[in-house]
Design a binder for this molecule. Structure first.
Ligand SMILES: Cc1cc2nc3c(=O)[nH]c(=O)nc-3n(C[C@H](O)[C@H](O)[C@H](O)COP(=O)(O)OP(=O)(O)OC[C@H]3O[C@@H](n4cnc5c(N)ncnc54)[C@H](O)[C@@H]3O)c2cc1C
Length: 307
């Protein structure tokens, strides 16, 4: 069959399982954690128990060696319920691919159980977008490395391609969650004696959101599918990363508008979703930088603006 938009049977089953888990365990509690500004360790451990962490890690370290599309499904469904934690797993992938055995044994199984979190530090006070300009150095002393600034820079860059597409699908999931709730809200909220769902401008915000979100979602899954086929995804992942967060920010903003003042309060998740998605327009390469990556891939290195 030349063109097929279906998930495989296993992926579809996985999607349903994660959606149920996220609806039952994450959705009812995430608002409370978000507004307190606390990391939800309880939910993280539950995800570990449910086998939803370290999905792409090697089996010998408790992982499932899942494909990129399956990882995308996990990120999307968890985001739909309002959370984003499986992205931390991609940091573990750098360790799984390039780390020494003793660190893999110490960290990866603990991460799959939700007992440890791994972060990445490649931004310095004077260097963010220009990631290659970091000054940190790792110097070998006997069997150890003395860190003085630089980190395994090239490994991180390798992982950025997948990370960017996953951040994009995460934003898509956040916007889907906002639209799901918004559709229910506008049907029951009344103004001028009728449900606001009857008003054209309210409908239009939902229609435009659902339509453009579908396009962004397809771009994200095509990128993850290309990754699973072993293709280089630098251009596609940078496309997803500049496009989806910007689009989803607008979609959630429209959802908030449909709620009126209540959308501006912590009584619903939209203001939190907006803040989270806004961060995604900066972290892991800003919108500008990802457009530069796409331009480089389309036009050639010689047209890079900083060369
Ligand atoms: C939510 C969030 C999570 C993050 N997580 C991490 C993390 O886990 N680990 C980590 O190390 N860092 C992290 N960061 C930092 C992030 O990677 C940097 O903030 C980002 O790379 C931008 O760097 P900067 O803030 O120094 O901005 P700058 O590089 O100073 O850029 C400032 C502005 O100039 C624009 N600009 C810069 N260069 C160009 C150019 N050549 N052409 C056009 N425009 C340009 C940028 O797009 C931006 O708008 C995170 C940031 C956020 C917001």
């Amino acid at each position: 069959m030349p063109l097929n938009f279906d998930f495989s049977e296993e992926q579809e089953l996985f999607r349903r399982t994660v959606r149920e888990f996220a609806k039952k365990e994450i959705a009812p509690k995430i608002g409370e954690y978000a507004h307190k500004g606390e990391f939800p360790w309880e939910l993280y451990r539950k995800m570990g128990k449910a086998g939803l962490l370290g999905l792409r890690f090697p089996k010998e370290y408790g992982g499932q060696e899942a494909d990129a599309v399956t990882m995308g499904i996990l990120v999307e469904e968890v985001a739909r319920a309002g959370w984003q934690i499986p992205l931390g797993d991609i940091m573990g992938e750098i360790l799984a691919l390039h780390g020494p055995e003793h660190l893999k044994g110490e960290w990866l199984p603990a991460m799959t159980k939700g007992e440890r979190l791994l972060g990445i530090a490649n931004t310095e006070p004077s260097t963010g977008s220009d990631a290659a300009a970091i000054t940190t150095r790792a110097i070998r002393r006997g069997g150890n490395y003395i860190l003085n600034g630089e980190n395994g820079f090239h490994y991180v860059m390798e992982t950025f391609d997948l990370m960017r597409a996953l951040i994009a699908i995460w934003c898509v999931g956040m916007a889907e969650g906002a639209l799901d709730e918004n559709i229910e809200y506008v049907k029951q909220r009344t103004a001028f004696g009728r449900p606001i769902a009857k008003y054209e401008s309210v409908q239009s915000r939902i229609v435009e959101g659902c339509t453009t979100l579908e396009a962004a979602r397809l771009l994200c899954y095509r990128t993850l599918w290309l990754k699973d086929k072993g293709e280089k995804i630098t251009k596609h992942s940078a496309m997803t990363k500049w496009y989806a967060p910007q689009l989803c920010f607008g979609i959630v903003n429209d959802c908030l508008q449909n709620r009126g003042a209540i959308g501006f309060t912590t009584e619903c998740l939209d203001e939190y979703r907006l803040r989270e998605i806004r961060g995604a327009m900066i972290g892991d390469g800003t919108t500008d930088i990802n457009k530069i990556v796409v331009a480089r891939e389309l036009l050639g290195r010689e047209f890079l603006p900083y060369r």
